[in-house]
Write a protein that binds this ligand. Structure first.
Ligand SMILES: Cc1cc2nc3c(=O)[nH]c(=O)nc-3n(C[C@H](O)[C@H](O)[C@H](O)COP(=O)(O)OP(=O)(O)OC[C@H]3O[C@@H](n4cnc5c(N)ncnc54)[C@H](O)[C@@H]3O)c2cc1C
Length: 546
């Protein structure tokens, strides 16, 4: 069964070995496990539902609790400490687009607000229930999960938008196809969630971000049904897909989505290349990206992330041998790891990997074979379970991400890590921060930073600590010219920073768009653009940039 207060299936535990714990203790100090609330304690605090009875709506406390949160640190803190706060008043499980229409009509009639629920993997407060007198209805889309159509000639597949990653890929695999969208949250996140939060999969280099994969679909809005037909390309004015992408539940509910699919590959491998330092690694990466080679993954870790990856890999003896060899080849303490993914179709001559390795060698890169890449592939969706183990040892882990043009990449990485460290330093706490570039473009790259730090052991202090850290990192992103999100979206946590990149006119246009489809403002209020219902508690992070 899915964990109610952590990541993943409760039958899966990924533990931290002694070496990894020692590494963390040296860097940020020993942790102490806080006392977790039990599910019973958490449910006891839930007030009665304010919704009028409806045959499709479940108002039991546990169902409401399980739909009231995503996976942000703010969500984790509330669940682990049992500080539940606002929740949806009930959860509906529609089985068709018509059911969704009926539920929207019901919500409008009883002045309820609506929060669409995909896989509940949001990390930026997308699922926060708004405050106020009106009841809140969560609409869980998991029963809209069928493959509705597959067109092999056009390589298009249409699914119910509530389908989760593994189910979607399994259904396509049965026909010899794949979508190739692999966010790290793949196990639970859904097609609809990916589209409306503009998600990016780990192999976006080959398959594209979700905006390249999303070809059309059906959206139930409070004012009616929006149907978006598929075209290979179109010059017919505004592209309606763009209104749905990034809409985060504010204009309606995506019930069906048509996506561009690819025949299953014949061969796939992931290779590790080490560079002596960040400067050579970044130059090599940029050159490979700008050569536009048909690779499936480029992922560059900075020196601290490389050290962390090698330490957490276990196999101390083997890693020791690898490090000695790398040192001999000129890659010492500052070494940076680049993973290169190579994927080919049947009958395709594969030269992209050779070309990439040739460029890497010109920048002093040392090819270390496939062992690390194989391990990365095997653990790509399992490593997130470490969050649970870290919490049990008294440590929190959070991430922030952005994207910038190449001239600003290094500066952004340093600024975010420094700002976050400084935010904790004033209370005498240390931060273990490390960064990788995970989505690479000819123009620039996404910059993805992970923070590990100690939990204080009580809700108020831990919330304040996380807010300071999140605000400092977000402000550094904006100050250094990055987008507030490359892939996680806006939700409530990033909403205060959106105006910095959209401008007043842009925010006004977004507001008008939402109003057009949702004149009463019932759809997921406060997400992307702050409003009174979510600003009332001062928001989760500092609101510096009005
Ligand atoms: C461990 C972890 C790793 C992650 N890795 C990645 C990653 O690699 N790449 C990445 O891009 N993101 C990643 N994320 C973030 C998250 O998984 C994505 O934002 C994902 O797209 C959310 O999908 P979901 O189905 O879980 O949506 P939810 O979390 O349920 O909802 C997200 C938002 O979409 C709305 N919504 C959901 N479905 C619909 C629908 N059908 N119609 C209208 N609105 C809808 C919700 O109302 C909400 O506003 C990660 C998250 C976690 C916890």
């Amino acid at each position: 069964m899915r964990r109610w207060n952590g990541w993943g299936d409760d039958s899966i535990d990924v533990s931290l070995d002694r070496e990894a714990l020692r590494f963390l203790e040296e860097r940020i100090g020993p942790g102490m496990q806080p006392k977790d609330a039990t599910l019973e304690e958490a449910c006891r605090a839930i007030p009665p539902s304010r919704l009028q009875p409806h045959p499709r709506i479940d108002t039991t406390p546990q169902t409401r609790l399980r739909h009231g949160f995503g996976q942000s640190m703010h969500d984790w803190l509330r669940l682990r400490y049992g500080k539940i706060g606002r929740l949806p008043d009930g959860v509906a499980f529609p089985e068709s687009s018509q059911d969704v229409r009926d539920l929207l009509d019901y919500a409008a009639a009883c002045h309820a607000r609506v929060i669409p629920y995909g896989g509940g993997t949001s990390v930026v407060g997308h699922l926060d229930a708004p405050s106020g007198e009106q009841p809140v209805l969560s609409i869980d889309l998991s029963r809209l999960s069928r493959l509705l159509d597959l067109d092999p000639e056009a390589q298009l597949a249409t699914f119910g938008a509530g389908i989760a990653g593994p189910d979607l890929e399994a259904q396509l695999r049965a026909h010899g196809y794949m979508l190739g969208h692999f966010p790290q949250s793949f196990e639970y996140s859904t097609l609809g969630g990916w589209v409306v939060s503009r998600s990016s999969g780990q192999q976006s280099l080959r398959y594209g971000r979700i905006e390249q994969l999303f070809a059309g679909g059906r959206v139930e809005t409070p004012t009616g049904t929006l149907r978006i037909p598929t075209f290979p390309a179109s010059a017919a004015g505004t592209d309606l897909r763009e209104m749905v992408l990034g809409s985060e539940g504010r204009i309606g509910i995506l019930t069906e989505a048509t996506v561009r699919i690819t025949p299953l590959p014949a061969d796939e491998s992931f290779h590790a290349v080490f560079f002596p330092d960040w400067a050579t690694a970044e130059q090599a990466l940029r050159s490979i990206a700008q050569a536009k080679l048909p690779l499936s993954l480029l992922r560059l870790s900075n020196a601290t992330e490389t050290l962390t990856t090698l330490t957490l890999a276990g196999h101390k003896k083997l890693i020791g041998l690898l490090e000695s060899y790398l040192r001999w080849r000129g890659c010492g303490d500052d070494k940076c790891l680049l993973l290169i993914g190579a994927t080919s179709q049947k009958g395709q001559r594969f030269s992209a990997l050779d070309d990439a390795l040739r460029i890497a060698r010109a920048w002093h890169g040392v090819h270390a074979g496939q062992m690390i890449g194989r391990k990365w592939k095997a653990n790509r969706f399992r490593s997130v379970y470490l969050r649970n183990a870290l919490w049990q040892h008294g440590y929190a882990v959070d991430t922030v991400e952005t994207a910038v043009d190449w001239p600003r990449v290094k500066q952004m990485m340093q600024a975010v890590e420094q700002a976050a460290s400084d935010a904790l330093a004033h209370e005498g706490e240390r931060l273990h921060a490390y960064t990788h570039l995970s989505h690479i473009y000819a123009q620039g790259a996404s910059v993805y930073t992970t923070f590990a730090y100690r939990l204080a052991g009580n809700f108020e202090q831990d919330l304040a600590r996380w807010r300071r850290l999140k605000a400092a990192a977000s402000e550094a992103i904006v100050a250094n010219g990055g987008t507030i999100s490359h892939q996680h979206g806006v939700g409530t946590d990033h909403a205060p920073y959106l105006a910095a990149e959209k401008g007043e006119l842009g925010i006004g246009a977004m507001r008008q768009l939402y109003r057009h489809f949702d004149p009463q403002g019932i759809m997921n209020p406060g997400k992307t653009i702050p409003d009174a219902s979510t600003a009332e508690d001062g928001s989760h992070v500092a609101r510096k940039l009005a």
